[in-house]
Design a protein around this ligand. Structure first.
Ligand code: AKG
Length: 285
């Protein structure tokens, strides 16, 4: 074959994976029964969110709490972060205890269909809403990207309840169906749904769904962990390739490595020196 036998005449001709050594592989989501994923996708399309109850055991929630609680300190810098809300950013660079939330097969099975291959982890944060906190400003998570609505979601979020979520302790409040709205914002007449779910459960919603943290009128804090994901051609909220040393990255699951940015949106987005970024992890330490 001559070097002239492979002409590229349109951008579509460049959509294939150029990687030789590091070919794309299916995610852990491939282990989930496609009929189950079909049902999840139907709920997501209709409502903009879906809830999975009791994915984590009480022991797993306890382990996450014990790891995170000692780090809880200052409260938010504005009312969006929450003046009575404690946030731990970049959880992935601090502990391995939440990895199994980030690459949970049920989550990845949905993301595999919702987003383009090699979607990225955009944030991994713990959010502890303390007593007396008021409701957060409603927002949609991909609203930080300046692309007008209505449109397909550019991102998706999971919020994992580490405490029981109740209607009065700060459970996330969703506006069902609002993922289809155009420019408008939620008003007083729009039905708002507090995501009441037991500890260990997870709500996943698309980046176009309006939502916010709820008011906490109880005497106890509400702890959650949120993992957020975005299209592979967007800039994630947290710069994980800068915050996670390569020695740590080498120890992570293939799915998490891919979601941190050790992957490519073909043909070149995310490349390092023209090559696949996973080569950085192959190099001698
Ligand atoms: O903590 C929650 O329930 C939601 C928080 C949230 O949506 C955010 O901070 O962007």
């Amino acid at each position: 074959m001559s070097i002239d036998d492979d002409p590229v005449t349109t951008l579509d001709d460049l959509k294939t994976d150029l990687a030789g050594r590091h070919k794309w592989t299916p995610s852990a989501g491939a282990s989930v029964d496609p009929a189950i994923v079909d049902a999840d996708m139907a709920a997501l399309d209709r409502d903009g969110y879906l809830i999975w109850e009791n994915l984590l055991s009480a022991e797993e929630c306890g382990q996450i709490r014990n790891t995170i609680e000692p780090w809880l300190g200052p409260t938010g810098r504005n009312s969006f972060e929450g003046r009575r809300t404690q946030r731990i950013y970049s959880v992935l660079s601090r502990t391995r205890v939440c990895d199994s939330l980030v690459d949970h097969p049920r989550v990845l099975a949905v993301l595999d269909r919702l987003l383009m291959p090699n979607y990225l982890l955009s944030a991994l944060q713990a959010i502890n809403i303390q007593p007396g906190e008021s409701a957060q400003l409603p927002h949609h998570d991909d609203g930080f990207y300046p692309i007008p609505r209505p449109r397909e979601p550019l991102a998706a979020a999971t919020i994992w309840a580490i405490d029981d979520f109740t209607a009065d302790n700060g459970a996330t409040v969703l506006y069902p169906g609002s993922h289809r709205w155009g420019k408008r914002r939620p008003g007083d007449d729009d039905p708002a749904l507090p995501v009441v779910m037991p500890a260990g459960s997870c709500v996943l919603f698309v980046g176009t769904l309006w939502h916010g943290g709820g008011a906490n009128t109880t005497e106890r804090a509400r702890l959650a962990v949120t993992a957020q994901y975005c299209q592979p051609w967007l800039r994630p909220m947290e710069a994980f390739t800068l915050s996670i040393p390569r020695d740590v990255a080498r120890t992570l699951s293939d799915d998490i490595k891919r979601m941190l940015g050790y992957s490519i949106h073909p043909p070149f987005v995310g490349a390092v020196d023209g090559l696949h970024p996973l080569r950085l992890l192959d190099e001698p330490r």
